[in-house]
Write a protein that binds this ligand. Structure first.
Ligand SMILES: Nc1ncnc2c1ncn2[C@@H]1O[C@H](COP(=O)(O)OP(=O)(O)OP(=O)(O)O)[C@@H](O)[C@H]1O
Length: 395
C-alpha cells in the first residue's frame, strides 16, 4: 500500500516539528528518514501512524485520506525504540494481541503467531514474559507483533537504538531478511544512524530542522550528495573550498581536470564527468558558493619522499614527483601528512594541501596500505569520477 504525506506540517505550540513534508513511499519500498536529533523524523512517522494530527496537510494510505482517522483504524504496524511489549503477557500472547483484537479464528491466530515467531527467530521463547528476554529479543518480539496483523505499512522508529553494537548488527541482518519476506509492505524507517539507513533503505530522506533536505536512492545519495549537509551526514565527506570559473574548477589554484562547474539555474550539483552537455540538467544559483565533495576512501595518497604506495582508494598509485602534476598526466596536489589514526580496518590520515591553509583533508587507507610518517610530504590525487560539487549553503 502506498503511503503519501502531502505538505504535512506539525506544530506543537511555538515549535514547528515538521514543515511542509511531501513524501510518497510505494508498496514494497523502504524509505529511511535520516537526520539529527530533533529534525522531525519521529513526528513524520507519528503523523502517518495517526499519533499526531497535522496542523496542515494530508496523509494518504493507498489513495484514501486518513488524516482524521484514529491510529487503531489505520491498520499500520508500528515498532518504536523502547519495544513497549505488554509486560503481563507472554511472548506468544503479545504477538497474538492484534489478531485477537481483530477477532481472527483461534486456529489462524495460533498459526500466524508460530509463523511470526519463527521468522524473527523467537519460536523457542513463546512462553516467556518480556522481562525474561534481552533487549534484542524483546525488539524481535515487537517486530513479530507488528507484522502479525499483516499490515500493508510498517513504521519503525529507531528500532535498534537501545541495543548494543553486536545485537544491533544481528537485528539489522534480521530486518534485511524480513524485507525480502514481506515484499509488498511499505516501510518507513526512522534512524539517525547512517549505516542502518544505507543497509536497509531503497531511498533515504534526509531531514534537518523540521524539513526534508534531500531524497534519493541510497546509492545515489551517497555517491552524489546534492548538498553539503547530506554529504557530511551520510558517510562523512571532505568538503573543500574551490574557485569556480566559467569552464573550470580550481582547488588551491590548480584545476581539477575533468570537473566542470554546473550551469546556472537548477538545484542539483552532480556534474557528469563524461562532460555530456545533455546531462547537465541542473546547476548553481548565481554567486552561490560551491564545495568539492569527495569521500575519504576515494582519495589516493602517495608518499613523495618514499615514492611507493601508501594509498587510500583502489589503485596502487604512481610514484610522486614532488610537483602537483606527477608528469604522467594525473593531477596531484602537494600536501603534508599532519595526523594518522589507526581504526582497525583502515587508517584515517589527515593532510594539509599546500596553498589551502586551515583545511584538513581526510584520507582513508585500507588495512595493509602503507602509512607514511606524520610530517611526511605526500601527494594526493582526486579521481574526478569521485568528485561532486555541492552547495556550501546549509552546511
Ligand atoms: N509532543 C511534543 N510537544 C512539543 N514539542 C515536541 C513534541 N514532540 C516533538 N517535539 C519537538 O519537535 C521537534 C522534532 O521532534 P522529533 O521527535 O520529530 O525529532 P526526531 O528527528 O525524531 O529526533 P530524535 O532523533 O531525537 O528522536 C523537536 O524540536 C522536539 O522537541
Amino acid at each position: 500500500m502506498t503511503v503519501r504525506l502531502e505538505d504535512v506540517t506539525v506544530q506543537f505550540g511555538q515549535t514547528v516539528a515538521l514543515e511542509g513534508l511531501d513524501l510518497t513511499v510505494a508498496a514494497g519500498e523502504t524509505v529511511a528518514l535520516l537526520g539529527p536529533s530533533g529534525s522531525g523524523k519521529s513526528t513524520a512517522l507519528k503523523a502517518v501512524a495517526g499519533f499526531v494530527r497535522p496542523t496542515r496537510g494530508r496523509v494518504w494510505l493507498g489513495g484514501q485520506d486518513v488524516t482524521g482517522v484514529p491510529p487503531a483504524r489505520r491498520g499500520i504496524g508500528v515498532v518504536v525504540q523502547q519495544y513497549a511489549l505488554f509486560p503481563h503477557l507472554r511472548v506468544a500472547d503479545n504477538v497474538a494481541f492484534g489478531l485477537k483484537a481483530a477477532r481472527k479464528p483461534k486456529a489462524e491466530v495460533a498459526r500466524r503467531v508460530a509463523e511470526m515467531l519463527e521468522m524473527v527467530g523467537m519460536a523457542k521463547f513463546a512462553r516467556r514474559y518480556p522481562r525474561e528476554l534481552s533487549g534484542g529479543q524483546q525488539q524481535r518480539v515487537a517486530i513479530a507483533r507488528a507484522l502479525a496483523i499483516q499490515p500493508p505499512v510498517l513504521l519503525l522508529d529507531e528500532p535498534l537504538a537501545a541495543l548494543d553494537a553486536q545485537l544491533r548488527a544481528d537485528l539489522l541482518g534480521e530486518l534485511q531478511k524480513l524485507r525480502r519476506e514481506v515484499p509488498d509492505v511499505a516501510i518507513i524507517y526512522v534512524t539517525h544512524d547512517q549505516s542502518e539507513a544505507l543497509a536497509l533503505a531503497d531511498r533515504i530522506a534526509v531531514m534537518r530542522d523540521a524539513r526534508l533536505v534531500d531524497i534519493a536512492p541510497a546509492a545515489d545519495l551517497y555517491a552524489t550528495p546534492p548538498t553539503a549537509f547530506t554529504a557530511s551526514f551520510l558517510g562523512g565527506a571532505n568538503l573543500l573550498p574551490v574557485e569556480v570559473e566559467e569552464e573550470e574548477v580550481r582547488l588551491a589554484g590548480q584545476q581539477v581536470k575533468g570537473l566542470r562547474p554546473p550551469a546556472a539555474g537548477g538545484r542539483r550539483y552532480d556534474v557528469p564527468a563524461s562532460g555530456d552537455e545533455g546531462e547537465v540538467a541542473a546547476g548553481r544559483r548565481l554567486g552561490e558558493e560551491l564545495l568539492l565533495c569527495i569521500r575519504p576512501h576515494a582519495i589516493k595518497l602517495t608518499d613523495r619522499a618514499g615514492g611507493a604506495s601508501a594509498v587510500g582508494g583502489s589503485s596502487g598509485g604512481a610514484a610522486g614527483s614532488g610537483g602537483p602534476d606527477g608528469g604522467d598526466g594525473v593531477d596531484r596536489w602537494a600536501a603534508q601528512l599532519v595526523a594518522a589514526q589507526w581504526r582497525g580496518a583502515s587508517s584515517r590520515l589527515t593532510c594539509a594541501i599546500d596553498g589551502l591553509p586551515g583545511v584538513a583533508v581526510q584520507v582513508d587507507v585500507p588495512a595493509g596500505g602503507r602509512v607514511p610518517a606524520v610530517g611526511a610530504k605526500v601527494s594526493i590525487e582526486l579521481p574526478v569520477e569521485a568528485c561532486t560539487l555541492v552547495a556550501a549553503e546549509g552546511r
